[in-house]
Design a protein around this ligand. Structure first.
Ligand SMILES: [Zn+2]
Length: 231
């Protein structure tokens, strides 16, 4: 049984800017039923995901690192960036990875009207052919989630089990790696970013993680479309 003060403290921590949970607490998962938080498996599989790309130099770096370990991953792309860098987007798909919708303009659901939010996702859907969706910042209102489920029932909302925190400029790259490493479990979904803001930490932690967990017998897979719901 978890004491109420834990609930209050962890909730305050979550909603405070730049403080974040490396792993997702049970109550947060419960708030978002119908979303996927991890993939149920007993196999040693890790699901890496990369948000906010494609980026013309950082995404190719990621693709190259993944290829060294025959690893597959899922790229939640911003529609705007897909339009700007179509060749990079194509390279992600041609390398056999999965892509997902991360809205057209990377909008924050908490600050956006429902109608507008759904529209932005639909717009991104025109250049990102995928049934996977991840809300930017993980911020989506329950009303938006329900609307999405009723208007685009095939779209599956994919959250995460481990956040790398790679966008936080004050986080040491070594700490970023350690935090992820210490929280990996079979079937976990890890979030990195193929973005300039995250590059220093991501480009340090990713090769280390690939090396460390490959040696431990793990494989890295993409999230399949129509994956089971974690309710
Ligand atoms: Zn994002």
């Amino acid at each position: 049984m978890i004491a109420p003060h834990f609930w209050r403290e962890s909730k305050a921590k979550f909603f405070k800017k730049d403080l974040f949970f490396v792993t997702t607490p049970w109550w947060l998962r419960k708030l978002f039923t119908g979303c996927v938080w991890d993939i149920k498996t007993r196999e040693k599989v890790i699901y890496l995901s990369f948000d906010d790309g494609p980026h013309p130099t950082i995404t190719p770096f990621v693709l190259n690192e993944l290829q060294k370990y025959n690893a597959k991953a899922t790229f939640f792309c911003i529609g705007d960036n897909v339009k700007k860098f179509p060749e990079t987007y194509k390279a992600v798909i041609e390398a056999g990875h999965a892509t997902g919708n991360h809205t057209m303009h990377h909008i924050n659901g908490w600050k956006t009207e429902d109608e507008k939010y759904i529209e932005d996702i639909s717009e991104a859907g025109k250049c990102i052919d995928s049934t996977l969706f991840r809300p930017p910042y993980g911020r989506i209102k329950n009303s938006q989630l329900r609307k999405l489920q009723s208007t685009q029932p095939k779209l599956q909302t994919i959250m995460w089990s481990v956040l790398a925190g790679d966008w936080i400029a004050t986080l040491a790259p070594q700490k970023c790696f350690q935090q992820v490493k210490n929280n990996v479990y079979p079937g976990c979904i890890i979030v990195f970013h193929d973005s300039e803001k995250a590059n220093e930490r991501m480009s340090y932690a990713l090769p280390k993680l690939l090396e460390y967990f490959t040696a431990k017998g793990f494989t890295f897979k993409k999230i399949e479309e129509n994956t089971g719901e974690d309710i």
